[in-house]
Design a protein around this ligand. Structure first.
Ligand SMILES: NC(=O)c1ccc[n+]([C@@H]2O[C@H](COP(=O)([O-])OP(=O)(O)OC[C@H]3O[C@@H](n4cnc5c(N)ncnc54)[C@H](O)[C@@H]3O)[C@@H](O)[C@H]2O)c1
Length: 254
């Protein structure tokens, strides 16, 4: 039986890159996403019996058990949760104008959702009771953002959600260590996906001005490579780590 990964938002953008990479690594992958099942895309992944799709929202806590249980029923084990799904605010609004609806939506999907999904995942991993003498019993990887520490005053809700994900990573890393579950944060910079499609010109200009030492747009495969590495079980004595995938953008330069 292959190792089993759950990937939220695993059918588009960074999440699709992660799904492709984990399938190539030999995982079975279950995807949680809100849209109608993308049958053609799933077929194109060419991994019969190793891909499942659960339609639901990470913001809806009732969908969490359905998502986790579906994979356990299909494959009988859980090895990896990638909390990837996330949204930007529908409208970028100045901090003095932004409203509570956007705040609640963004926090609900980006922070409250993965926080409680991790709780559900951890309970199921523990109840499955596999041994973890040598390797981690399971891994949780949170996809945060450079916005966890970098201020954008026109999307405060997004920044706060990602700062919260950074703290959730540390909280769960400590609580789940004795359970044999390691928790990591992958922190992307500027990645070419639907999320950034509307601000292409802005980032093209910033990149031309030298936004990051590795001076190009990031790709979903860049983030997927980091997830693959951290999910490989090769770092069993590390938890709570933050792995930047931002071309070095986070390094302060004088
Ligand atoms: N693109 C970037 O530059 C960038 C940078 C840093 C961090 N990130 C983060 O990476 C993650 C993926 O972003 P992306 O760029 O691929 O975005 P995207 O918009 O291309 O894809 C987002 C994915 O999340 C899913 N999703 C959205 N709401 C959901 C919900 N309620 N329930 C389940 N799934 C839901 C979508 O279906 C989609 O598959 C997000 O957490 C985002 O904040 C992106």
């Amino acid at each position: 039986m292959p190792a089993v990964a759950l990937v939220t938002g695993g059918s588009r953008g960074i999440g699709l890159g992660i799904t492709r990479r984990l399938l190539a690594d030999g995982f079975a992958v279950s995807i949680l996403a809100t849209r109608e099942e993308p049958s053609e895309l799933l077929e194109s992944l060419d991994a019969p019996g190793r891909v499942r799709y659960v339609r639901g929202s990470v913001a809806d806590l009732e969908d969490h058990a359905r998502f986790v249980d579906d994979a356990v029923e299909a494959w009988g084990r859980l090895d990896l949760l990638v909390n990837n799904a996330g949204v930007a605010p529908s409208v970028r609004a100045d901090l003095l104008e932004a409203g509570p609806e956007s705040f609640d939506r963004v926090l609900g999907i980006n922070l409250r959702g993965p926080y409680f999904l991790t709780q559900t995942f951890a309970h199921r991993v523990i109840s499955l009771g596999s041994s973890f003498a040598e390797r981690p019993r399971a891994t949780v990887i949170n996809v945060s953002s450079i916005s966890a520490t970098t201020v954008s005053t026109n999307r405060g809700d997004y920044c706060i959600s990602k700062a919260g994900v950074a703290m959730a990573t540390q909280l769960f890393a400590v609580r789940l260590a004795p359970e044999g579950i390691v928790v990591y944060e992958v922190r992307p910079g500027v990645i070419a996906t639907d999320m950034t499609a509307g601000v292409t010109e802005k980032y093209d200009a910033l990149i031309a001005e030298g936004l990051a030492p590795i001076n190009r747009w990031g790709r979903p495969s860049d983030v997927a490579g980091a997830v693959s590495m951290l999910a490989s079980g090769q770092t069993p004595y590390s938890t709570g780590e933050v792995f930047h995938v931002d071309g070095g953008m986070h390094i302060p330069v004088l």
